[in-house]
Design a protein around this ligand. Structure first.
Ligand code: HEM
Length: 183
């Protein structure tokens, strides 16, 4: 049993949230590198479950830890930089969670994609929040930060094109080998 159950719950939900959000960002680079398209279907559920855990994490903090005392909560947000950064990440994710349905995707058209690029800011901010929330050992958030940075780099259009060209060349040469074997 833990001595501080509220802290324990805040930490567990925060950790689950950041892992799910990072996994959601992993789907596109995996698809770009491997050509495995079906993994893209996991982006939305992973992102939404991530947001659900963020919401739980924040609810535990504001309701259980601070008893919904608005002035105390605002004071904490203003005084602690990691809370301020975490709140910013939450506020950036909120419109994404709301507009994640097919209906909103249709209604917003091309703006939907632009809006959902906010995730590239929200997740790094969440990693900073994670690092600043740690009292001493920041090795885990640092590793996660490097991983998230790599995922974002892999999305750069020049790199994406390179992987796609390489894949196309590989599949062409595979087809050629198959044809040669048939002859
Ligand atoms: C995208 C948004 C957020 C994510 C992904 C996130 C994730 C995390 C993570 C991973 C930790 C460290 C857990 C650990 O030590 O294992 C943490 C700590 C914490 N977070 Fe968040 N967080 C977010 C937003 C917020 C918000 C909005 C608040 C409150 C307004 C908040 C309050 C806290 C507190 C108080 C801690 C420290 C718990 C402790 O060790 O005492 N977080 N968060």
């Amino acid at each position: 049993m833990t001595a501080n159950p509220i802290q324990y719950l805040t930490q567990r939900t925060g950790y689950a949230a950041i892992i799910l959000l990072a996994l959601s960002l992993t789907c596109t680079p995996v698809s770009v590198v491997s050509g495995w398209k079906r993994v893209l279907a996991l982006r939305r559920p992973l992102g939404l479950y991530g947001f659900l855990y963020v919401a739980l994490h924040m609810l535990i903090f504001v309701a259980l830890d601070f008893g919904l005392n608005i002035s105390l909560i605002l004071q904490e947000v203003a005084e602690k930089r990691y809370i301020l950064v975490g709140t910013t990440a939450f506020l950036l994710l909120l419109p994404l969670a709301i507009t994640s349905t097919n209906g909103w995707k249709r209604r917003l058209g091309r703006s939907w994609k632009r809006l959902h690029r906010l995730v590239y800011l929200a997740v790094p901010l969440a990693v900073v929040h994670y690092a600043w929330a740690q009292k001493s050992d920041i090795r885990q958030p640092l590793l996660l930060g490097i991983f998230v940075a790599l995922l974002l780099i892999l999305r750069l259009p020049a790199l994406r094109r390179r992987f796609e060209t390489q894949r196309a060349q590989r599949s062409m040469s595979n087809r050629q080998v198959a044809r040669d074997l048939e002859v």
